[in-house]
Design a protein around this ligand. Structure first.
Ligand SMILES: Cc1cc2nc3c(=O)[nH]c(=O)nc-3n(C[C@H](O)[C@H](O)[C@H](O)COP(=O)(O)OP(=O)(O)OC[C@H]3O[C@@H](n4cnc5c(N)ncnc54)[C@H](O)[C@@H]3O)c2cc1C
Length: 259
C-alpha cells in the first residue's frame, strides 16, 4: 500500500519566532524542522504500509528556499522518498493555495491513502488537508485517533468531544491524525545515514502545471492585515493567606468565569 504523508516544515518553535511587520508573515529564514504534528502521520503511514505487507511512504511538502531538513528527519524515520515544492512564486500562499500545490504533487504519486496532521503547530488553520481532499475528489476523515486499512477501505476511530465515532470509507482517501494516534519512533543512526541518500524530488509551480497567478500572494484570498506582538506575561499577584486565601482563589476563578 502506498501512502503519502504531508509534512510541513516550520521554524524551530524552540527559537523565538519573528513576524515581518511589512509583509505580516512569519520570518522563515534559516533551518526549518519537521512539524511535531507530522511525526504522528509519518509513523502511522510507516505502520500501515508494514501491516499491508508492502508499499512505501512518500512525503510531500511545500516549503521556502528548497528546505529539506525536516524532510530528512522523516526520511530517517523510514519514509522512502519525498517531493518538495519550493518556488519564490509561493510567497504569501494561504491555506487554499497551499492545498492546490499539495494536491498537484500528490496526484503524481497516485497513493492509496493520504495522511496529514489535524492542524499544524504554527499556522494551525486545520483546513489544508480537507481542501486537498476536495481538490482531489477524495473522501476525508478528520481527527483520527486510530486507523486501520483492509479490503480496500480505511477504518477510523474519529475523536469527538464525547468519545469517538467509528467511521470508514473506500480508498483512496485523506485522513488527518491527532497527536497520540501512534508513538512516533526516533530515527536510528542507520536511518539518519540512509536518509542522506534517499530521493527528494524538487519541483516548481510550473512543474506541477500550475500558473503563478493561482498560488502565492497572487492566488490567495486570505490576507493578514495586521500583526501585533502578544502581550508580555505580567508579574502576577501574590496573595498572603491570612485565613481568607480560599476567598481570593474563588474570586479569581469567578473573574475568569471558571466557577
Ligand atoms: C500570510 C502567509 C504567508 C505564507 N507564506 C508562505 C511562503 O512564503 N512559503 C510557503 O511555502 N508557504 C507559505 N505559507 C503557507 C503556510 O506556511 C501553510 O503551509 C499554509 O497556509 C497551511 O496553513 P496551516 O499551517 O494553517 O495548515 P493546517 O491546515 O493547520 O495544516 C494541517 C496539516 O496539513 C499539512 N500541511 C499544511 N501545510 C503544509 C505544507 N506547506 N507542506 C506540507 N504539508 C502541509 C500538514 O500535515 C499539517 O499538519 C504562507 C501562509 C500565509 C497565511
Amino acid at each position: 500500500m502506498n501512502v503519502v504523508v504531508c509534512v510541513k516544515q516550520i521554524p524551530d518553535p524552540a527559537a523565538p519566532a519573528a513576524l515581518d511587520p511589512q509583509t505580516h508573515t512569519l520570518v522563515r529564514e534559516g533551518k526549518l524542522i519537521m512539524d511535531d504534528s507530522d511525526a504522528y502521520g509519518v509513523e502511522m503511514g510507516l505502520q500501515l504500509a508494514d501491516e499491508a505487507g508492502g508499499g512505501e511512504v512518500t512525503l510531500v511538502s511545500m516549503a521556502p528556499a528548497g528546505e529539506t531538513s525536516g524532510l530528512r528527519t522523516a526520511l530517517a524515520m523510514g519514509a522512502a522518498k519525498a517531493i518538495l515544492v519550493s518556488d519564490d512564486a509561493l510567497k504569501g500562499s494561504d491555506a487554499l493555495s497551499t492545498a492546490k500545490v499539495l494536491a498537484k504533487a500528490i496526484e503524481r504519486v497516485q497513493p492509496d491513502l493520504v495522511i496529514a496532521a489535524t492542524e499544524s503547530t504554527d499556522g494551525y488553520t486545520g483546513t489544508t488537508p480537507v481542501q486537498v481532499a476536495e481538490l482531489l475528489g477524495l473522501p476525508a476523515i478528520t481527527f483520527a485517533k486510530k486507523v486501520s486499512v483492509g479490503d480496500g477501505r480505511v477504518r477510523v476511530d474519529r475523536q469527538t468531544e464525547a468519545g469517538y465515532d467509528e467511521v470508514e470509507s473506500p480508498l483512496p482517501a485523506v485522513v488527518t491524525v491527532t497527536a497520540g494516534v501512534v508513538e512516533p519512533r526516533y530515527p536510528s543512526f542507520k536511518g539518519i545515514m540512509a536518509a542522506k541518500s534517499k530521493p527528494v524530488e524538487q519541483l516548481t509551480v510550473a512543474d506541477l502545471g500550475l500558473d503563478a497567478s493561482q498560488v502565492g500572494a497572487a492566488g490567495s484570498r486570505q490576507e493578514v492585515t495586521e500583526v501585533v506582538p502578544a502581550d508580555e506575561r505580567g508579574a502576577g499577584e501574590i496573595v498572603v493567606d491570612e485565613g481568607d486565601g480560599h476567598e481570593h482563589v474563588v474570586r479569581f476563578l469567578e473573574q475568569l468565569k471558571l466557577v
